[in-house]
Design a protein. Sequence first.
Length: 391
Amino acid sequence: MSDPLTDEGLERFHQVAVAHVGDDAVPGMVTLVARGEHVHVETLGTLSIGGPPVLRDSLFRIASTTKPITGAVTVALAAEGLFGLDEPVDRLLPELAQRRVLRRMDGPLEDTVPAERPITVRDLLTFTFGFGMCLEMFTAPVTWPVVARADELKLCTIGPPHPAEQPDPDTWIANLGALPLLTQPGERWLYNTGASVLGVLAARAAGQPFAEVLRTRLFEPLGMRGTSFSAADVSRLATSYIPTPGGLRVWDPPDGQWSEPPAFGDGAAGLVSTADDLLAFARMLVRGGDGVLTPDAVAEMTRDQLTDRQKSRGGLGDTFFAERGWGFCQAVTTSGPRAGAFGWDGGLGTSWLVDPVRDLIVIVLTQRMFETSAPPKVHDDIQDAAYAALP
């Protein structure tokens, strides 16, 4: 058993968390640090400005922290023999067969060439299948035609999640299939969309809605009772805020988009969850799958899957791949003092970090939306404080 974190370190962890809580910063927070069987939790602030206090089982929209969960259930289905990781997706997703690829990512939708090879399941897991977000589309002076059309089709895959807008899975995947790819399969890393597609793939492979696939393969075995695509009890759900020059503004209230089961269970950014549920998921991976996944599947999920060439095409900023790569639906730290750690953040205010080398898990749940692709300082500061508390 690992030694617990130091008393001095945990006091500092508390002070760092408290310093970030306030109506003009982070209204409320659940933050958790665990090492071995030792767990320390801070519940601070309120679920909404002027609202009830945050509790340990409060629900937060975890946005892209959904992605590692989607990656895990995908490899679980592969272990059942429902598909191979290097199998083309054409059998289960014929809408994505015989792709066309834009000559230029910002070019006309009709100016395409044939895809050089089919899309594989691994391409989806590693975000290299040829469609998704890249920094260039947000810095372009004019909206790219493919981005405009994706918005018209309600894919909600370029930008923050909008579960109330997305159509049913069959319509969603047909709409995606009506668009050309941005790049050739395997050419470069493009953020987000691969995990959304995986939800459709998993549902078709298992013959169940994606929510049911997650429940039976992960949530029930791990006791993740609070994790779902909607909040069964909206009184436990934090209000989501977006920062503005005039202060925090409500982006989604508790009775908003996550108050009812959506038509499309988005594997990229759709879940609500709790700190203890995310701890259970993290511990499963630290323990080599713990009967839910195989050790080999965990190893695949948590190793860098990208080539140097794929990384050279850029991530979400010039330094995105400076000390990390990408595993299955999550970042993997490849160098530096945290080498071997993995995890991912959610742009609506969450972060999830797992370091099996140092037996450390750090979870931060807030309701403040990220202002850039990098997490706000509160997440970095709390993770730094957790590492500083190691004996």
